[in-house]
Design a protein around this ligand. Sequence first.
Ligand code: PLP
Length: 576
Amino acid sequence: MEPFPADLIAQIATKLFRESSHTPTTGVPAGVPHGVPAVAPDNIRERLPTIPGMASHPNPLAIPEATHGSFPNVPHAVPVHSMNPSVAPSPMPGSMGSPTMQSPANPTELFGRAAPSASTPAVRPMTQDGLQRFVHGVRHQTPVQRNDCLGGEATRVRTRYDGIAAISSPTSQGLDVGSIRNDFPILNQRVHGQPLAWLDNAATTQKPQVVIDAISEFYATDNSNIHRAAHTLAARATEAYEQARTTVAKFLGARSEKDIVFARGTTEAINLVANTYGLRYLKKGDEILLSMVEHHANIVPWQMVAKRKGAEIKVIPVNDRGEIIMDEYLRLLNPKTRIVSLTHASNSLGTILPVAEMAHMAKRYGARVLVDGAQSVSHMPVNVRSMGCDFFVFSGHKIFGPTGIGALYIAEELHDVLPPWQGGGNMIKNVTFEKTTYSEAPAKFEAGTPNIADAVGLKAALDYVSRIGLPNIAAHEHSLLENATQQLSAIPGLRIIGTAREKVSVISFVLEGHSTEEIGKALDQAGIAVRSGHHCAQPSLRRFGVETTVRPSFSLYNHAGEIDRMVDVVRSLARK
Ligand code: PLP
């Protein structure tokens, strides 16, 4: 993470000081980041929502330090600088075995580009600094080198999956894409006679065999309703479901599995927060801060609640690259700010938002912070405690898990003060016709029979990702993104929308003289699946004067040959 620029620190301090000038601040104790006065102005404290239980907290505005909790060995809780990029991904027990290796007969046909020659630049070794950047996103000024996702020194071999080529490179510097592709049966097909290139990963990811097996095995052997019966299958199903919760907690670096609520996905989880925190604590005149690059799922629920409560939505603008304008954010923050709800990574532009810094700033005003991780969890390690958010949400289907399951992290201090959202079975302690008492979190937020089998599938997906390692995945995707960005930028008439310095592996573009739908269809004819449309993020695209874009998005099973095929189609359209 980059250090704060000095001028930004000065602005934060000045702004807070100005707003609290009638209130003495008491200096900055050690450990308080960025020189921000540690004690919030009294007027902020007064305007905190009256949350039962908060009063007993010594300083409700204090930023909790990320502490080592019950999951000391969580890979995703490891600070980036301590990761060792030279450690090869561990073998994947879920893999369907090593692909057969043969020497390439015609590599151009196989990979859609010339085979790497002796003069092909060797892969750039991944330095600690490089890893840090991969984990936090892409910088466009980084020199681009082709083919480096697959390891320059690697033995390049041909593998056929129903005629679909892949490269195996058993090095520590790149993923073994050939073996990984073998784990995803859906990739083994042709569309319009061409090998399927799935470049629509921001919409949904494909599922590895281990996930498919976990779901079908659950139904074949363990299926039962949970939490409510003495029989063996109920015990097994309950254990499987609760193990999934523990896995999610570890994956997010949460303190405990009690902090994790299962939901249908990101959308439902945000609605849960809006309808509990929002409806209970928002008042007339309160402000909700959202960024310009939010998905509709992080706009509409807040609009609905704001309308009911008389609260106002304020929008944090972005610059011409699609990056948050931090001094505008600072200007918007004020004691009326009740919640800051931010996407971790934009699904339309790819921008990674500096959510940890933004959360720290929001906390100084007593605001709650929600982070929408739909587009981040599959691309970078997440630690909700060091991020300092109150809520973190994501969808299983964006990270190789099933649809219909996702998770909501709720910081412990909010468990008791949030009301339940939906009522029904599973979330109660005792019911009479006069009165119901509720279970504790997380059961309080999970009314009715949950999606047990897909929680089991989600666990399998997160285990799969953990075995490969998010830093390895991030490095691979970084290469693909740089490669595609460089090639697409060179096409006359093509404009990339969203050129942030920190990006996940998403590219949005428009091509002069061609509708995005036309481009999407032409790519489909070549077997290449990309998204074209507004991506459920209309305000973010309108900021750049467009209604729709073409949006390829890359994942761990994509390779440079697929990007070359996509670029060829777009280039030939551009010539027309
Ligand atoms: N937030 C972001 C950033 C997304 O990209 C998406 C889906 O594309 C969502 C929220 C909504 O996710 P879901 O439809 O799985 O609830």
